[in-house]
Design a protein around this ligand. Sequence first.
Ligand code: FAD
Ligand code: NAG
Ligand code: NAG
Length: 533
Amino acid sequence: MVKKVAIIGAGVSGLAAIRCCLEEGLEPTCFERSNDVGGLWKFSDHAEEGRASIYQSVFTNSSKEMMCFPDFPYPDDYPNYMHHSKLQEYIKTFAQKKDLLRYIQFESLVSSIKKGPSFSVTGQWVVVTEKDGKQDSILFDAVMICSGHHVYPNMPTESFPGLDNFQGKYLHSRDYKGPENFKRKRVLVIGLGNSASDIAVELSRLAAQVFISTRSGSWVMSRVWDDGYPWDMVYVTRFASFLRNVLPSFVSDWLYVKKMNTWFKHENYGLMPLNGPLRKEPVFNDELPSRILCGTVSIKPSVRKFTETSAVFEDGTMFEAIDYVIFATGYGYAYPFLDDSIIKSRNNEVTLFKGIFPPQLEKSTMAVIGLVQSLGAAIPTADLQARWAAKVFSSTCTLPTTSEMMDDIDEKMGKKLKWFGQSHTLQTDYITYMDELSAFIGAKPNIPWLFLTDPQLALEVYFGPCSPYQFRLVGPGKWDGARNAILSQWNRTVKPTRTRAVSEAQRPQHLHNLLKILSVPVFLLAVLLTFYK
Ligand SMILES: Cc1cc2nc3c(=O)[nH]c(=O)nc-3n(C[C@H](O)[C@H](O)[C@H](O)COP(=O)(O)OP(=O)(O)OC[C@H]3O[C@@H](n4cnc5c(N)ncnc54)[C@H](O)[C@@H]3O)c2cc1C
Ligand SMILES: *[C@@H]1O[C@H](CO)[C@@H](O)[C@H](O)[C@H]1NC(C)=O
Ligand SMILES: *[C@@H]1O[C@H](CO)[C@@H](O)[C@H](O)[C@H]1NC(C)=O
């Protein structure tokens, strides 16, 4: 019988894990190397070893209704996109209100996790922790790894000839905290993800000139979408996801590209992604196009080489007299406390069933929480992953056999390569993924049944935002407040911006949107039929 569970890390994934273990009657012990909860969202003004590090101006790119713990909505006056300090406040409140702090041992570093003496029988792990220079070795029945994956910088210095002789300074975005040191400097930012764009935009107000160098380009989207609603409350709906999955791919690709180009033409801004329609994760930045229009940020192709003072790009152009190069080139995954063969069991790639379970273990007593990336928020994903893992540990759910799990992994890999291209093998469609996980534990909302029994709720669940509450409407771990939370989500969305009320509050009209979306395929069909005749 699995009872004692070790949880590594007290970020949002770790907190979700503690909570879900308690719900299943397990005994969690969480080890956190720093002195507080929050992980990545616990800001510090210098990068700390082994921990994620963010800059002072980080705001969330998911909106509050889409990124809450599913039974813990944000206060209605919180802004939709939050500064990191605001999110950290929420995370701390969650930990206090759910009484999770007493399961956490702070300033305890987990330095090693190894299979116990009779692992194939018991599935137990030996967890070694370090606190105040003292080592402790404890036997646990199961382990949840929640140590984060924005920790180990990806610094591709070898692929930049001449960087050794470059006289300016260079750093990884992990060490960027704010623009102060860059006043009147000439800065080159390498990469075009969320961090690269944020940093370039922030610097462009103080620096002399900012260049961004990108190999593959990116779609740049605004947080503010149709009629001013938060992007994810409009985009992440079951109905839209259904359309994306049933439409022939040339139609859905065409729609996707058209949507991405409605704000501005990416070609004209040098941002156009290579392999345009591939569902490359978009970048959220409301200011980048405007900074490019104002000439304070310019987009360039990859760097061919560095000279002592400048960068030469692939197209032969140069950026001269560079003071700083910032590598916003993302992160790699690493679990230094674990034997690599457990998680990267094949070709040195992360090989996990549904992004959670190592498939080759004799006993399913290990889970990785928070690793899968999808175009959805981290908190609700971690909550569902941890709920499933806790059920597997307590034997109320069983996993398929090793070979079935491996087949599933292979099939998923194939599909993802097609959709997202090579470098995004951990990306998954959010709603598809969440439905899959919730189906395993019997918490997937039954939409047809809902339309019959509670049409008002069903409309909002199907056409409205796929908010986290949906996954605690039914089944084990169901929350009685979920229905009301769904029906009042637009009220909480509009509240913080309607600070001067002049008329009735507006909310999206599902029927209207439906007609708008349908008009395109219907039009295409009509055109096709006309020519066919
Ligand atoms: C700039 C930026 C912006 C982002 N914005 C969003 C957003 O808007 N919305 C969203 O959903 N996601 C966002 N993310 C993704 C982010 O990863 C998740 O929101 C979330 O914070 C991940 O939480 P986690 O608990 O999995 O990992 P982390 O927050 O990294 O927490 C891991 C914890 O484990 C601890 N730890 C690690 N190793 C050990 C060890 N060996 N022993 C003991 N403790 C250990 C660390 O100290 C840390 O506290 C963003 C990421 C970045 C980098
Ligand atoms: C938000 O930004 C972080 C950091 O760049 C990224 O990992 C995450 O995928 C983004 N979320 C969405 C929904 O794009
Ligand atoms: C949302 O706000 C409106 C207007 O203030 C109110 O009439 C309605 O009852 C609220 N809905 C919910 C579910 O709280």
